[in-house]
Design a protein around this ligand. Structure first.
Ligand code: HEM
Ligand code: HEM
Ligand SMILES: [Fe+2]
Length: 466
């Protein structure tokens, strides 16, 4: 580690991984409930499990981004973090608030939770991804402010690099767009309109900046390629992301009430959104080809390349699949949406967090050249198990979605199946999803295990010095 204060990233990474595991357990629970409708529903109804699954996802990604930033910014700025203490305090505030929120979802009926947390004073609850009680949302804002202040001060006193600039712009954007979660008009069309400002301008806008910055940082470290070359790529990628993504948001405005011109704007601009993702693939592979060092941490490089490829598949290919209005007319809200949501979230944001953890954790644990071979082998197995499983889940859901359109939406009224009859007809695909869900869990367990492998041989071969 170049700077002592980078180590504040460690608890953020560890907590992110714990929430990742929670997310997957609840995903599997829902996957089972999709097949056996009443499985454990007395204790954990589907809607509650869904809330825990998606909220745990968002939270662990935020913890991951924060950890990544605390690790990267001091090194990029070439100076210690402005206040390690603030970073540590905010970690505990955020971790306790996250656990309390997750526990309250499971223990208290949602309406009661809204009442207990004075939702009526400033109603923000009850919308997908933004289910958190208002008080938790305020907590998130405070944590984000403190976090950005800390990083901003570090950047101001140190070296200014393109990676830092892109990263902090993405993080500020993340915080600013989250503020739209406090706007909750009664009119449902208006509500949905601004809801997408958080959800879409995050994943298809500012989060892409964060993704690009972390990817660029990792690639510089493990390939040794000149910063100048990587920075040029980064500029073009983020410009393309913002140009396409901001108006591309119109692909969510096709059927919710706003003007018809969104059919055109949304289709055309969002059709350009795969470009920055494709550029990231070119970028990553080119850098590896031009590499000037053979870094000992090969698995971190695998994660970086994997992120580029899987995010292109999930966001680029599976996004494009249903983004044109005439196609979306049929696919809207089917399992095709879920297929895309899974592969895009995993391929882009879950994997970039796993990438930086894979690079930074060994260094913070005193192994600058990466984990011992046995640990890297196990991590490589978990990489493939999780990636292949997620592709399996995606394909199963894509077939389920297309099949449901054929049964429910294409036939005329007399022949179309009802929603529930359709769900029964396509249940085989939910079985396939569940099987791949289990293999995903196997990959995740292997991933956790890789943190504990190889210690013994290492101690024998080279005693660890403090
Ligand atoms: C990493 C980036 C991305 C992530 C994480 C992501 C994630 C998601 C998620 C979770 C949804 C479902 C939202 C809901 O609850 O209704 C969704 C919807 C959608 N996404 Fe993406 N997405 C990404 C990029 C893209 C791109 C690049 C495109 C287009 C090329 C795209 C096209 C769409 C469309 C058209 C929908 C609406 C589906 C419907 O009508 O039901 N997405 N996305
Ligand atoms: C064991 C693996 C997993 C299983 C079995 C699983 C299952 C599910 C199920 C059943 C839903 C609810 C769909 C519905 O409302 O009809 C869901 C939603 C969701 N899951 Fe997963 N999940 C898994 C892993 C993941 C991972 C790794 C990610 C991302 C990194 C993820 C992201 C999401 C998202 C974004 C949604 C909301 C999708 C939407 O609104 O379209 N899941 N998941
Ligand atoms: Fe979108």
């Amino acid at each position: 580690m170049k700077f002592e204060s980078q180590s504040v990233a460690k608890p953020y990474f560890i907590f992110a991984l714990i929430l990742f595991a929670v997310q997957i357990v609840f995903g599997l629970l829902m996957g089972t409930q999709y097949i056996f409708g009443d499985f454990l529903t007395e204790w954990i109804p589907f809607n509650v499990a869904r809330m825990v699954h998606t909220n745990a996802l968002i939270l662990w990604l935020l913890f991951g981004f924060m950890g990544a930033s605390y690790y990267m910014v001091p090194e990029e700025s070439d100076t210690e973090l402005y206040s390690p203490l603030l970073a540590k305090v905010l970690f505990w505030v955020f971790a306790v608030a996250s656990l309390a929120t997750a526990a309250s979802y499971l223990l208290v009926p949602y309406a009661k939770l809204a009442e207990l947390t004075f939702n009526e004073l400033l109603p923000t609850m009850g919308r997908e991804f933004l289910e958190q009680p208002t008080i938790t949302k305020i907590g998130i804002v405070i944590v984000c402010l403190g976090f950005i202040f800390n990083l901003g001060m570090t950047i101001l006193k140190g070296r200014k690099t393109v990676i830092n600039l892109v990263l902090i712009t993405g993080l500020i954007g993340l915080a600013v767009f989250f503020l739209f979660s406090f706007y909750n008009p009664d009119n449902l069309a208006l509500d949905k309109y601004f809801w997408w400002f958080v959800v879409h301008l995050w994943v298809e806008g500012v989060w892409e900046l964060i993704l690009g910055a972390i990817l660029a940082f990792t690639l510089i470290k493990v390939t040794g390629v000149d910063r100048e070359i990587i920075e040029k790529w980064l500029y073009v990628i983020i410009a393309m992301a913002l140009i396409s993504g901001l108006i591309g948001m119109g692909h969510h405005y096709f059927w919710i009430g706003p003007g018809e011109y969104w059919l055109w704007l949304g289709s055309i601009f969002s059709a350009l959104e795969p470009i920055p993702f494709f550029m990231m693939v070119l970028f990553a592979f080119k850098m590896v080809k031009q590499r000037r060092v053979e870094h000992g941490n090969q698995i971190a490089l695998t994660w970086a390349l994997g992120t580029a490829v899987m995010s292109f598949l999930g966001a680029g290919v599976w996004g494009f699949l249903h983004t044109l209005a005439p196609v979306n007319y049929f696919t809207h809200g089917t399992q095709i949406t879920a297929a895309h949501g899974h592969l895009a979230f995993f391929g882009a944001y879950a994997m970039i967090v796993l990438t930086i953890i894979s690079y930074a954790m060994p260094i913070m644990r005193g192994r600058p050249q990466g984990n011992p071979p046995a640990a890297q082998r196990l991590e490589r197995f978990s990489f493939w198990a999780m990636c292949i499983s997620m592709l399996g889940i995606t394909i199963a859901l894509t077939i389920a979605g297309a099949w449901s359109i054929a049964l429910q939406r294409l036939p005329d009224d007399a022949n179309a199946l009802s929603f529930m009859a359709t769900q029964d007809a396509i249940v085989s695909m939910f079985w396939v999803r569940l099987v791949f869900g289990v293999t995903f869990l196997v990959g995740l367990v292997a991933y956790f295990a890789s943190f504990f492998v190889g210690y013994a041989e290492e101690k024998v071969s080279k005693p660890v010095t403090a």
